[in-house]
Design a protein around this ligand. Structure first.
Ligand SMILES: Cc1cc2nc3c(=O)[nH]c(=O)nc-3n(C[C@H](O)[C@H](O)[C@H](O)COP(=O)(O)OP(=O)(O)OC[C@H]3O[C@@H](n4cnc5c(N)ncnc54)[C@H](O)[C@@H]3O)c2cc1C
Length: 501
């Protein structure tokens, strides 16, 4: 009893001299440990430093730019391995950023934890012998096209130069080459991946073939991708441009699109997508982006589209390296962007309904937020049987589109909302979702809703992987269990889409 009193008294003295320390924030400790690693010297950015602030300003969407406990920017696969091992050992929360062009909060950063940022891993190397380009995950497509241009080749990457490799390729990747080659991920021969425990693996048709297939559409669920080795496309030449239509031609515009899509299998190099843009809530503008990935000028596939009277045509042939930046135009950083997506059967009733509903919706948005500056951009782009057949021929992916196109082509319906301020976004975003749900209800009433979501365009709550089908989900789950047995990418990873439980 006496001893106990003495011990308690001693403890009281100690605590009077040093008040109990607050528990060390595990994520702050992770950052300190990363910063202390000699190989990562100068590559860990902490809050309050100008490097951190500048990098946070380089997100496409202000919603996505969550301020982490630190960012780490590796320059080599070995460094990624060091980072992974430390995250794994210390159970750090983390996010992954490649090009930083996903839009929703939690798509590519983490509010508390480490953002692993691949921005310095951005080179492309071409091996002429086997016609493969090794593209690092943190590159933008613009940079990859620029490197490949002198060799007269290109890869099936993004249609905007600013988009990153990591997010695009892990979600599918709709390129100017998709009708000839499938999605960008279908042209990947090999992924170099750093697993949760720091082990570096290759995933291709011969080695870790299950991981190779699951990674084609499986998002950021299996490891840190450091490099993708992609088949190059036969030429870097592209014939492409915008065709702007008059408001009176609205029906011909959609009829020409449907006609083109129905015949896409007859000209695999030609593609189109429709853009419908509402800026002020009072009018919409409509255009088509037409392209031929073999550089063929005005191919017959576009006879009908180009016979519709138009107001502008900016069609030209050049290398993809020149054309894609022109398409990209100014993509201002730091606005409040939200992307969301649906998939319907390709049917003119859906297209004309969307067009009319957009004008009603944007008028409502304008009235609700009269001082806002906003834009609603719709993109309507085909997903066809020929695209899916290329995927299968290249070893398959996990997107589960076979069922979606079984009865004919589908139309992917992207809504991209951009708003000037967070306060205006609070008003306009719910109205945008209301617009989306109005179109869904109409599609449901006609039995045309395909209930499939494309991850690179999906809003945070759209759970794209849950629409891939049971067989693909079973593969994704088993690959996750095999290559990430402690489930770090399901629990510690805070960014991007997870595997549905
Ligand atoms: C202007 C613009 C144009 C676009 N054009 C197209 C287009 O033509 N076709 C198309 O299909 N999409 C297009 N998109 C959508 C684009 O593909 C997605 O936004 C994509 O996520 C962006 O890639 P990122 O590398 O910038 O992604 P980030 O925002 O950096 O990352 C998104 C997610 O990708 C995963 N990821 C990133 N890096 C890695 C890595 N190293 N390892 C594992 N997983 C990783 C993670 O899950 C992460 O959460 C466009 C987007 C914009 C803003």
């Amino acid at each position: 009893m006496k001893l106990a009193v003495t011990v308690v008294a001693a403890a009281a003295v100690v605590s009077a001299r040093c008040p109990p320390r607050p528990p060390v924030d595990v994520n702050v400790k992770c950052c300190a440990d990363l910063a202390a690693d000699a190989s990562l010297k100068g590559k860990v950015y902490l809050p309050g430093t100008s490097a951190y602030t500048t990098r946070l300003g380089e997100y496409y969407s202000a919603n996505a730019a969550l301020a982490p406990s630190c960012m780490v920017l590796p320059t080599t696969t070995e460094e990624v391995s060091t980072i992974a091992a430390l995250i794994h050992k210390s159970k750090c929360q983390f996010g992954m950023r490649a090009g930083g062009h996903s839009a929703f909060a939690g798509s590519n950063s983490v509010a508390a934890g480490v953002t692993v940022d691949f921005g310095y891993m951005n080179t492309t190397t071409y091996t002429a012998g086997d016609r493969t380009a090794a593209v690092q995950a943190g590159s933008t497509w613009g940079k990859a096209y620029e490197t490949l241009d002198p060799f007269g080749v290109t890869v099936a990457g993004g249609r905007a130069s600013v988009v990153g490799v990591g997010g695009f390729i892990t979600g599918g990747g709709y390129s100017f080459h998709s009708n000839r080659a499938g999605f960008g991920c279908d042209t990947v021969r090999n992924f170099e991946i750093v697993l949760a425990n720091g082990t570096v693996v290759n995933a291709n048709a011969e080695e870790n073939a299950d991981l190779w297939r699951a990674q084609k559409g499986g998002s950021g669920n299996f490891g840190f991708i450091t490099r993708v080795d992609m088949d190059v496309q036969p030429t870097n030449k592209l014939w492409a441009g915008f065709v702007g239509f008059q408001p009176e031609q609205v029906e011909e515009y959609y009829e020409a699109y449907i006609d083109f899509v129905d015949n896409m299998a007859s000209d695999l190099a030609s593609q189109t997508l429709l853009g419908v843009i509402a800026n002020e809530g009072t009018t919409v503008t409509r255009n088509a982006i037409v392209s031929n990935s073999l550089g063929i000028v005005r191919p017959p596939a576009f006879d009908r589209t180009l016979s519709v009277p138009n107001v502008t045509e900016t069609l030209f042939t050049d290398s993809i390296n020149i054309i894609v930046p022109v398409f990209t135009g100014p993509t201002p950083l730091g606005l409040f962007s939200n992307w969301m997506v649906e998939m319907y059967a390709s049917d003119i009733r859906i297209l004309t309904f969307i067009d009319a509903a957009l004008l009603r919706a944007t008028a409502k948005m304008r009235a609700a937020a009269p001082d806002s500056v906003f834009q609603v951009l719709l993109e309507l782009q085909p997903v066809t049987q020929s695209m899916v057949q290329h995927s299968t021929a290249n070893g398959g992916n996990v997107l589960g589109l076979e069922a979606v196109v079984a009865d004919g082509p589908a139309v992917m319906f992207l809504i991209a909302l951009t708003v000037d301020t967070a306060a205006n976004q609070d008003i306009i975003l719910p109205l945008t979702i209301e617009f989306r749900e109005e179109v869904n209800a109409y599609a449901n009433s006609l039995g045309l809703n395909k209930n499939w979501k494309y991850a690179p365009y999906a809003l945070g709550d759209q759970d794209p992987l849950s629409h891939y089908g049971e067989e693909n989900l079973a593969l994704i789950r088993s690959v996750s269990k095999k290559f990430d047995p402690t489930g770090d990418f399901q629990t510690l990873r805070r960014s991007g889409f997870k595997i549905p439980v």
